[in-house]
Design a protein around this ligand. Structure first.
Ligand code: 5GP
Length: 190
């Protein structure tokens, strides 16, 4: 894969607001394309395969791992998640900036493979606020929430391994800061 500066990694703990920030970024910049991941987790109400994720069973996911079809993959809170290589590569070839909204282990893999990619870690204002956001979202069982909060401690502890760590106080402001970082990175490529 060429043109790694076109690859943007957005990571951070579950509940920090990555998804909401991503929506705002996409609304403001039509040249940014969001990669659709594959996962073995069950769809949440309203989620559609091919739109939010490609929802796969474990057998199919493992088959994709064996066939080397992922740019990265990781296990998170009991499920598998992975970025399909083909579509990311195609979009980069067409000149799009590709945004990956992924958890920390996958983000580290991408940054190692493609050091020129831009990696951004979103931090919550504090841990209480993170818990409040996860609970307000009301999409997970209590068990899943606990797993995600436990994982968040580790994730936050490695936030300094990424190019930028931004505190997500406000969605609009965070999205604008990220768009600015992306533009600076892309322009520096010429
Ligand atoms: P959720 O189940 O809440 O949709 O996602 C759980 C976590 O998995 C989030 O932190 C999300 O960013 C991450 N994630 C989503 N897609 C991928 C992927 O393709 N690879 C990796 N490594 N993480 C992903």
């Amino acid at each position: 894969m060429k043109n790694h500066k076109k690859l943007i990694i957005l990571t951070g703990p579950s509940g920090v607001g990555k998804g909401t920030v991503v929506k705002e970024i996409l609304n403001n910049d039509r040249n940014i394309w969001l990669s659709i991941s594959a996962t073995t987790r069950e769809p949440r109400e309203g989620e559609k395969s091919g739109e939010n994720y490609y929802f796969l069973n474990q057998e199919k996911f493992k088959e994709m791992i064996e066939k080397n079809l992922f740019l990265e993959w990781a296990q998170f809170a009991g499920n598998y998640y992975g970025t399909p290589f083909y579509s990311v590569n195609e979009k980069i070839k067409k000149g799009f900036t590709v945004l990956l909204e992924i958890e920390v282990e996958g983000a580290k893999q991408i940054k190692e493979k493609f050091p020129e990619s831009l990696s951004i870690f979103l931090l919550p204002p504090n841990k209480e606020e993170l818990e409040r956001r996860i609970r307000n979202r009301a999409t997970e069982s209590e068990e899943a929430i606990k797993k995600r909060l436990l994982r968040a401690n580790y994730e936050i502890s490695v936030s300094n391994q990424f190019d930028y760590a931004l505190i997500n106080h406000n969605v609009d402001e965070t999205a604008m800061r990220i768009i600015k970082l992306i533009k600076t990175t892309n322009y520096s490529q010429a």
